[in-house]
Design a binder for this molecule. Structure first.
Ligand code: SF4
Length: 62
């Protein structure tokens, strides 16, 4: 499964790196980005939780 963040939508709430730091981090622009292209198997649950918790639905998994 791949992960990405739509920076047009992200509001920089910092939730996703808190929920799943294996996959997401905050960039210098104050917006989140995926630090890996493919989600590690042991981070799948965290990545899904982050995607479901994002207040603006900016995280794409697939
Ligand atoms: S949870 Fe959503 S809005 Fe918040 S930093 Fe992550 S991608 Fe951006």
């Amino acid at each position: 499964m791949k992960a990405s963040v739509d920076k047009q939508m992200c509001i920089g709430c910092e939730l996703c790196p808190g929920v799943c730091p294996e996959v997401f981090a905050m960039g210098d622009d104050g917006l989140a980005y995926a630090i890996v292209e493919t989600v590690p198997a042991d981070a799948l649950d965290g990545a899904k939780e982050a995607a479901e918790s994002c207040p603006v639905d900016a995280i794409r998994l697939g």
